[in-house]
Design a protein around this ligand. Sequence first.
Ligand SMILES: Nc1nc2c(ncn2[C@@H]2O[C@H](COP(=O)(O)OP(=O)(O)OP(=O)(O)O)[C@@H](O)[C@H]2O)c(=O)[nH]1
Length: 399
Amino acid sequence: MASTTPASSSSMSVPPIPNVSTLPSLSAAKKPITIITIGMAGAGKSTFVQRINSHLHSKDSPPYILNLDPAVAFMPFEANIDIRDTVNYKEVMKQYNLGPNGGILTALNLFTTKFDQVLELVEKRSDSVELGLLVFGRTYVILDTPGQIEIFTWSASGAIITDAIASSFPSVVAYVIDTPRCSAPATFMSNMLYACSILYKTKLPFILVFNKTDVQPHEFALEWMHDFEAFQEALATHEGNRDADGEPTYMNSLMHSMSLVLDEFYKHLKTVGVSSVTGDGIKEFFEAVDASREEYETQYLPDIERARAVREKTLEDAKADSMTRMMKDLEVDRENFPEAAERDRWAEEDGDDEDEDDGDGDEETNIIDRTEDGWPGEYIDVTRAQRHGDEGIRWPRPG
Ligand SMILES: Nc1nc2c(ncn2[C@@H]2O[C@H](COP(=O)(O)OP(=O)(O)OP(=O)(O)O)[C@@H](O)[C@H]2O)c(=O)[nH]1
């Protein structure tokens, strides 16, 4: 199949929101739960995904895995859908003149334009098949994501992906933390603030996964989270917290105030300690996931549905409004230029151009399920989306 451009220039600024309402829907009981793995670079996300993958295989319940990291060189598991089959990240960097971070973000934005296809595939492959007394189907869908977690705090694609997934399936965020690297109170707090902003953006059930407990047990973190005084004590003994006169520094007071804010945030979280290397804590992780499914259905789903209804209504209103304005413009045009209007009629011989390429070449890129379809996939062609007159390079930007 021919390769294609990412999108027309006008549609490249913000990836379109997949229309999940048109997808075939599974009955609630059959729906798999989606685990969205997010965490800083090197926290151990991929190793963790492989660990839960092998745990699920050992339970005869293989998950459906999506790799959303376009720049990953090695993955310890085989993904069913891999962004690298659709977007050539190095080519994106080259064509749009971007560094590694911008390249990852743009690659994800491009991939998001195809996310309705991804959802369709997940729906299709995760549907249960009943054979006699046995039920075959995927109970878990797992997303591995890039370490650039700003994708989930400010980029359009992060929000579109999590919204689209969460509107279609029960979903939970597994925020993976490098426990040994959090043993300093300031680092711990900054990681928690990241987690807090991701919770705020995704508005989904949230599990803090303290990883690498084989190197450093996570009990200190639990104590800091549940005992405010203990964290204050750790802060007080931390270097740089007093000035030359022995008074608390600005940083110390700031951290004190922030820890008050975080105290509220901790109340809404589940925490587990795991070692992705030894497999310790994986059972507890799945208990937390199962509890999150219930939480999703009772507490989160009503809000998600409300937000989706508002979004759809806004979209409908915007469409209706622009249609009315276009019709008015046409009317004025026809009155002012009757001859042009006469010439501008649709002729039989023009044929139906529904299947024709509209020039942006976006229609033919298909997302593939690597484990079932032929590989490699088909790259979105980014070579034509280059310069536009004086406006410079246009590339998909977060909204
Ligand atoms: N000791 C120990 N090492 C771990 C554990 N989990 C991951 N690691 C190591 O941590 C390093 C980073 O792991 P990855 O799984 O690549 O981390 P990631 O978060 O996917 O990294 P990015 O792809 O850069 O975002 C690797 O060297 C892993 O072997 C763990 O539970 N214990």
